[in-house]
Design a binder for this molecule. Structure first.
Ligand code: ADP
Ligand code: MG
Length: 356
């Protein structure tokens, strides 16, 4: 553990900083700000959905994600097979967000003795189902015991031609802001599962009331990666100028694009695609439906920008919605409500170290 005496050795006199003060993004910024890359092949290091590494006439895309029991998943309602599938998919999604093709993955697990072998069989059946669906080879990993709970770390590679790679930093003022699919349903699925967990804890004889919410629950438990979008856009002759996957919520991802591209943006609230049932459910939960899209997260749809000159090509593609545009005022990151009010976009993201 890092104690006061270590602080003294480090020659610092100020108080230690709580992780909750920085939050996830603040911590990443702090840990990575002095990183130096030594190899010219490292075309992009920290800061995008995947690193980009030159390998001959193609680039290798490389990304990793860590899932921790009790932080990212709750096994009371997450079947292990689904968890395996989701662990693979969130990584595949990062390759899709670079406009690449996923190729190989490694899977490392740390597992406590509370899990029977059959539970891990289930986990792997989910991982392998995702590998089969997305044509990814599982090529290695590592296995360890853990004192408590389950940890899963997945690393993935992908490929693309250098000119195909889409970064977070490429959007320009005037570009159209687009999103695939619909948003907010994964979050409503989570709320339904949390509600039924509470009911069950209060009275274990109660059966969970999940019927009718299949879409929201599927979006939460079995998300898919939008690897199809690469071909859809290529087929339409469109190359996005910037792209990111929606893991933390629309607001947070838009702000990432703005920050990395040094632009502002205007998002139109009534354009945000939200499933009608998700909208109704949100209202039942006393949540403004837009909030489920802006701050919910885990939809794993793609958020991207295209040049205004591609408007005719993109406007009628099914399953893609234009929700706003970028501006040259990097101080202006706003959502316009249907009655014309401007609301500043803030990244709720999530702070793993805040007690709730
Ligand atoms: P994503 O939501 O796409 O998984 P993250 O927000 O986790 O991305 O990470 C943002 C960027 O910071 C990525 O480029 C990632 O590789 C990098 N990163 C995250 N954590 C660390 C770390 N502990 N050390 C170095 N780089 C990190
Ligand atoms: Mg990502």
């Amino acid at each position: 553990m890092f104690e006061k005496k270590d602080q003294k050795q480090a020659g610092k006199s100020s108080e230690l900083t709580a992780l909750s003060e920085l939050g996830e993004f603040g911590l990443i910024d702090r840990l990575t700000k002095n990183i130096q890359c030594f190899h010219p092949e490292t075309l992009k290091g920290v800061g995008d959905d995947a690193a980009v590494i030159a390998t001959g006439d193609k680039v290798m895309l490389l990304s990793t994600d860590l899932l921790v029991e009790g932080i990212h998943f709750d096994l009371t309602y997450m079947p292990l097979k689904h968890l395996g599938y989701k662990a693979a998919v969130v990584n595949i999604s990062d390759i899709a967000a670079m406009n690449g093709i996923p190729l190989q993955m490694t899977v490392s697990i740390a597992v406590s003795s509370r899990f029977p072998v059959e539970a891990l069989d289930d986990l792997y059946s989910g991982i392998l189902a995702a590998c089969e669906k997305y044509h990814v080879d599982l090529v290695g990993g590592d296995t360890s015991s853990s004192v408590k709970g389950l940890l899963i770390s997945v690393t993935i590679t992908g490929t693309a031609r250098p000119e195909e790679v889409v970064y977070r930093s490429g959007t320009r003022s005037g570009d159209l802001l687009c999103v695939t699919g619909d948003l907010g349903s994964a979050y409503m699925g989570l709320l339904i599962l949390e509600r039924e967990k509470k009911v069950f804890q209060a009275n274990p004889a109660m059966q969970p009331e999940l019927s009718g919410f299949d879409y929201q629950i599927r979006r939460q438990l079995k998300p898919e990666a939008r690897t199809d979008i690469r071909n859809v856009l290529m087929g339409a002759g469109i190359r996005p100028t910037a792209m990111i996957d929606i893991s933390d919520g629309l607001a947070s991802e838009i702000l990432h694009l703005c920050k990395q591209s040094n632009t502002g943006c205007r998002l139109f609230e009534e354009k945000i695609p939200i499933d009608p049932q998700t909208r109704e459910l949100a209202l039942e939960y006393n949540i403004i439906p837009t909030i489920t899209a802006l701050s919910g997260g885990e939809d794993y749809e793609l958020l991207f920008t295209v040049s205004q000159s591609d408007y005719e090509k993109i406007k009628d593609i099914e399953g893609i919605t234009i929700i706003g545009h970028m501006t040259d005022n990097s101080g202006e990151k706003v959502m316009i409500t249907p009655d014309g009010k401007q609301v500043e976009l803030t990244a709720q993201g999530w702070n793993a170290w805040t007690k709730s």
